[in-house]
Design a protein around this ligand. Structure first.
Ligand SMILES: Cc1cc2nc3c(=O)[nH]c(=O)nc-3n(C[C@H](O)[C@H](O)[C@H](O)COP(=O)(O)O)c2cc1C
Length: 202
């Protein structure tokens, strides 16, 4: 009788202890997750010269409630924070990206004038060394070439000259010439849909 009572008591104690240990473990995990989510934020960081990329960053911020910061405000970002980076594309290079490399980059968006990333997505991904990081192309826009200044104007003038002297002036080339000469605004809210879809799946 005494042995039975002893065995039952031991089993019950272990069961209770197990529950307690499990409860303690759950409490510690829950607390750690809560603490981690408090200290690690997801932040939009962007680089924009003429304002088109900024428009997308602000749009994304208002759609998601995330904070949007310029690259020059990086001091406000903790190293544990996760970043969605948006930068304008200049000769295939995403501007400002190198300044955020040491941070926890979760996705990169590049903005250019063409309908698709130029020269092509694979080249942009390789040129910017972002293999393995989700990349989204966002069609931005540009001001007419007469309003550009400095090196940007020189580079665009050379590009325009090259396009105009092209032997095969097809529809695409003609469209590029008009875009550079007259300016263009390709900003559309729906261009952010793939980014929002990716965010929702995280
Ligand atoms: C000098 C120069 C080079 C550019 N090179 C590219 C390019 O390689 N690919 C591209 O898609 N757009 C290119 N663009 C277009 C810009 O990336 C585009 O206008 C962008 O949306 C501007 O963003 P921002 O207003 O945020 O500065 C170039 C623009 C300039 C002025």
């Amino acid at each position: 009788m005494f042995v039975c009572y002893f065995l039952l008591h031991t089993i019950a104690s272990v069961a209770i202890m197990k529950i307690n240990v499990n409860q303690i473990l759950l409490f510690i995990i829950g607390w750690s997750l809560e603490y981690a989510s408090e200290v690690r934020a997801l932040i939009i960081v962007y680089e924009s010269k003429t304002g088109f990329t900024k428009k997308y960053a602000d749009m994304l911020a208002s759609k998601t409630g995330l904070k949007a910061l310029r690259v020059k405000e990086l001091t406000k970002v903790n190293e544990e924070d996760e970043i969605i980076f948006l930068g304008w594309i200049k000769v295939g290079k995403i501007q400002g990206l190198n300044k955020v490399r040491k941070y926890n980059i979760k996705a990169v968006c590049g903005s250019g004038t063409a309908a698709t990333a130029g020269p092509d997505t694979e080249t942009v991904v390789a040129r910017n060394k972002i293999e393995g990081i989700p990349f989204f192309y966002l069609q931005g826009g540009c001001y007419p070439i007469k309003d550009l200044k400095g090196m940007d104007k020189i580079v665009m003038s050379m590009f325009l000259k090259m396009l105009k002297s092209s032997k095969d002036r097809d529809e695409k080339v003609e469209e590029s010439i008009l875009t550079i000469e007259n300016g263009f605004d390709g900003i559309k809210e729906e261009n952010l849909d793939p980014v929002l879809e990716w965010l929702n799946k995280r």
